[in-house]
Design a protein around this ligand. Structure first.
Ligand code: ADQ
Length: 463
């Protein structure tokens, strides 16, 4: 079997792997040999051109340092202030500074240079996410002809949002240097195909765009998932049970509605609080009967738009408390702290409603983890945004338009009143979806498409 090289912005650290993705890729790497490559987390004045390799819990990890300026332009700048908001259709939240693009390319070129001496002829290279779009171009430029795949964890934008991104044509040409592009959902593949069709030379007369030839690149949906068995086990582990007991004491008879997110404007948190406020306003009988716990640790908090989202949320939670809290009852608990997976699994299991309402999301693994953690005899209800990739998997959730807070409030009311037979029936189908789309299957199906092995162990032709 060919060796595998995984490349992403950050590499996994020591200690228990935080997410299913890290666990799945570690397992795949251990089976296939190879290594994980990324930024070390260190900012230095003069980065060494050589990567440093170490063994981290059984897998080989190669890392490079970056300069502070390059990292800022590449990470907080081009990746997270231009690509992230544009791909999530929030052009209003994008900040465009021309020089960031050069930093973004410089970092990708630095990754390619540092990787080069470690690539063997049969290695398969799997590049992750929007930080690394130009990496295949840079590697091809250095003479690498290996199979190189790209996986986009976030949604692919509509054509007009894409056109708002500086240097979009170069980025699309960069994508055409990959052999396989994996997307989260069918809607992303459609958006990509629309771009590929839209930019054919015949439609471009008078346009500054030049056409990009995607004839060598295969594009398909490979929806990511969680490790449902692991979450099901974790949800009844002693650590999870401890959290459940603590919460049960605090909640008494109140039904728990749970939100778990990174604090990010794509997650629709203000709209979620507004929907919950409407639920309480329209259903006086639910007051004292229900409690919203929102867990949202800050992320990317050097970026102004993230601070503003945090401020907005603080104000909205404060308003909600002022309007509905009583001396002996609070409608909401808002925690700006991350919890480990065992505690999260316990909270998921206890929650009568998992409220997952991003405005736009590549997949949303919280939805998968919530489903996997339920008690099969008494499962909770998933209220899920139509605009999460997960909506293509979980059709038996209560699907909502998160911009329509009346609709979300009504879905919450239905979820809180749903009879147990319906809850069980829906959950069984949701759980089947979580199993069919586990993170292990995701990695296997992507890699078998990127590097199919024929009978003689050689890659078989894909097209
Ligand atoms: P994220 O935007 O980070 O990921 P998501 O998929 O919801 O979003 O979460 C990733 C992981 O972070 C999950 O395992 C979850 O448990 C954990 N997490 C989230 N909030 C947490 C909290 N408050 N405390 C502790 N842990 C928390 C990007 C894309 C997603 C895509 C993933 C994977 O934006 O659409 O699903 O990558 O491809």
């Amino acid at each position: 079997m060919s060796r595998l090289i995984v490349v992403s912005n950050r590499t996994p650290g020591k200690g228990p792997a935080a997410g299913g993705l890290a666990v799945a890729l570690r397992k795949t790497l251990a089976e296939r040999d190879g290594f994980w490559f990324g930024w070390s987390g260190r900012l230095v004045d003069r980065p060494d051109s050589e990567a440093v390799f170490e063994d981290i819990e059984g897998i080989k990890v190669g890392k490079i340092d970056l300069t502070r300026d390059d990292h800022h332009a590449y990470y907080a700048g081009f990746s997270n202030s231009i690509l992230w908001p544009s791909f999530h259709l929030r052009l209003d939240l994008a900040t465009i500074e021309g020089h960031w693009y050069e930093g973004y390319r410089r970092v990708n070129a630095q990754f390619a240079q540092a990787l080069l001496p470690h690539i063997a002829p049969d290695d398969v290279i799997w590049v992750h996410d929007y930080h690394m779009i130009p990496l295949a171009s840079e590697l091809r430029h250095l003479g690498i002809n290996n199979r190189i795949g790209f996986y986009l964890h976030i949604p692919f934008p509509t054509v007009d949002a894409l056109y708002a991104i500086p240097h979009h044509n170069e980025l699309m040409r960069d994508l055409s240097r990959y052999d396989l592009i994996g997307m989260q959902a069918n809607r992303d593949v459609s958006a990509f195909t629309e771009f590929a069709d839209h930019q054919s030379p015949s439609t471009l007369s008078g346009s500054p765009l030049k056409s990009v030839d995607f004839s060598r690149t295969e594009v398909a949906a490979f929806p990511i998932g969680s490790d449902p068995e692991a979450f099901a086990r974790l949800a009844v582990s002693p650590a999870a049970t401890k959290m459940v007991r603590r919460m049960e004491r605090a909640l008494g008879d109140q039904a728990l509605v749970l939100g778990v997110d990174r604090l990010d404007y794509s997650k629709g948190l203000p709209q979620r609080v507004e929907a919950y406020e409407k639920l309480l306003a329209n259903n006086a009988s639910l007051r004292r009967q229900v409690h919203l716990l929102q867990v949202a640790p800050p992320s990317r908090d050097t970026i102004k738009e993230y601070q503003e989202t945090s401020d907005t949320l603080d104000a909205m939670v404060g308003r909600l408390m002022g309007r509905f809290a009583e001396p002996d009852w609070q409608p909401v608990t808002y925690v700006k702290r991350a919890y480990g997976q065992p505690s999260l699994a316990g909270l998921y299991r206890l929650a009568r409603v998992g409220l997952v309402t991003p405005l736009r999301d590549g997949m949303n693994l919280v939805a998968h983890e919530y489903v996997a953690s339920q008690d099969p005899h008494d499962p909770g209800v998933l209220v899920l945004s139509r605009f999460a990739g997960a909506a293509e998997i979980f059709e038996d959730a209560l699907l909502v338009n998160p911009f329509d807070t009346d609709e979300t409030a009504e879905a919450l009311r239905l979820a809180l009143n749903m009879p147990i037979e319906e809850r069980r029936h829906r959950w069984e189908r949701l759980m089947a979806g979580a199993h069919d789309h586990s993170v292990d299957r995701w990695a296997e199906s992507y890699l078998s498409r990127l590097a199919p092995t024929g009978q003689n162990g050689q890659p078989a032709p894909v097209r």
